[in-house]
Design a protein around this ligand. Structure first.
Ligand SMILES: [Zn+2]
Length: 405
């Protein structure tokens, strides 16, 4: 039986416009047509009345970690949790993302290939969750962002990162990660905010190391993404052919020009730094100071990126400290505050542009005939109040309704 969703307002995700009083006809898991409600008289099938709501394509978060739940200290679990512990945690977090309106997420690094397993389990209908695009284990360098800083006599797997020094190491681990089912290669190009002992501005990988890993990804038609804050690491990653720069909180003007020239995507994850600063009293001061510095630069740079036409995809780093799954939709408001994004620009970043980044724009990212029926709704219009994005009231993924309140 077909389903028809009556939409009070519809943001289809093709451009910035909002249509009124249209209906979306769904056949199975696909959108069959978007028609004026006046033409829908006599429809025989299941009718979902969202006539008083703001309807849009399912949201896409292109940067989060299902293995972390956002509790301060949650990253310490890496030292004693089993893969099964991470699997249950990831399953619960992914469900929270789905219920907040994210029908697709990109996991930017996990433990023991748990993200691969969860993606498969969701696709097979074993558990509920968003459609997932996964990284498996990220590649990093000795002493870099994804290394642990334990006693040197403690060896073995002590972190999510695969230590990949040198061109050979980078190539081998890129192949290894793809072998076990990752959809892309994630590289830790520079230091991080929460990782103690490294500098967000300093490069970890060399150009040659990144090029080697990215060539492996490209040769198999896969994506690559780089955690990168400092300008040198960002430029190395762009030159090496990276698909997306994650965070990019300490970029310079040349980075912005290079991203435009190379068509590189930027995933800003403003909320990750914002939450650390907001909860600064209870966190290591080294991390808080790093986050403050990053956030100040970030707002200014994002305005320049927007003005110059950098492709910006929505992403939040949900799972990092105080950045809880299911609450990361506050990123929409932060995009206005830092970077002066219009409402339409921020919605497009989480739909159209995010789907293009994942190269899944043939199936998701907009509400139009032929696309998968991933549709969400909010009680008010974000054009009136952007905080409504934090209160998703309807979720359909693949034609199945998971939430309607
Ligand atoms: Zn991350």
């Amino acid at each position: 039986m077909k389903t028809m969703i009556k939409c009070g307002k519809l943001f289809a995700g093709k451009d910035g416009s909002v249509q009124e009083n249209v209906a979306v006809v769904i056949d199975g898991n696909r959108i069959e047509a978007v028609i004026p409600q006046a033409q829908a008289a006599g429809f025989e099938g299941n009718v979902i009345d969202l006539g008083d709501r703001f309807v849009m394509p399912g949201l896409i978060d292109t940067h989060l970690h299902t293995a972390y739940d956002g509790q301060p200290g949650c990253m310490d679990t890496q030292f004693n949790w089993l893969a099964g512990d991470f699997a249950f945690m990831s399953m619960v977090n992914a469900k929270k993302d789905l219920m907040a309106g994210f029908t697709t997420v990109r996991d930017e690094g996990s433990y023991g290939f748990v993200d691969v397993s969860l993606r498969n389990a969701i696709n097979e209908g074993i558990v509920d969750g968003p459609r997932m695009f996964v990284s498996g284990r990220p590649l990093g360098t000795t002493g870099g962002h994804s290394d642990s800083h334990m006693n040197p006599d403690i060896t073995g797997v002590t972190t999510m990162g695969l230590i990949s020094d040198g061109v050979d190491g980078a190539m081998r681990n890129a192949r290894y990660t793809l072998k076990y089912g990752a959809d892309q290669i994630k590289l830790m190009a520079t230091g991080g905010v929460m990782s103690v002992g490294d500098e967000p501005g300093a490069p970890d990988f060399t150009y040659e190391e990144m090029k080697a890993a990215i060539d492996v990804a490209n040769s198999r038609g896969r994506l690559s993404s780089a955690h990168a804050h400092g300008a040198v690491g960002i430029k190395n990653a762009i030159r090496a052919g990276i698909t997306s720069i994650e965070h990019g909180m300490m970029m310079d003007e040349e980075c912005i020009d290079m991203m435009v020239e190379h068509g590189t995507y930027l995933v800003p994850t403003i909320v990750a730094a914002y939450k650390i600063v907001e909860n600064g009293d209870s966190l290591p001061q080294e991390a808080v100071e790093k986050a403050k510095k990053c956030l100040e630069n970030h707002g200014r740079n994002l305005e320049r990126c927007r003005e110059k036409g950098v492709k910006i995809a929505f992403g939040t780093d949900a799972g990092t400290y105080y950045n809880f799954h299911g609450t990361q939709t506050c990123e929409f408001g932060l995009m206005q505050k830092y970077g002066k994004f219009s409402v339409a620009e921020s919605l497009l970043a989480a739909t159209k542009t995010a789907s293009e980044l994942l190269r899944w724009n043939d199936r998701i990212g907009s509400v139009e005939a032929g696309k998968l029926a991933d549709i969400v709704a909010f009680n008010e219009s974000p054009f009136d109040d952007i905080s409504t994005m934090e209160r998703c009231s309807f979720v359909m993924k693949d034609g199945v309704v998971y939430k309607n309140i």
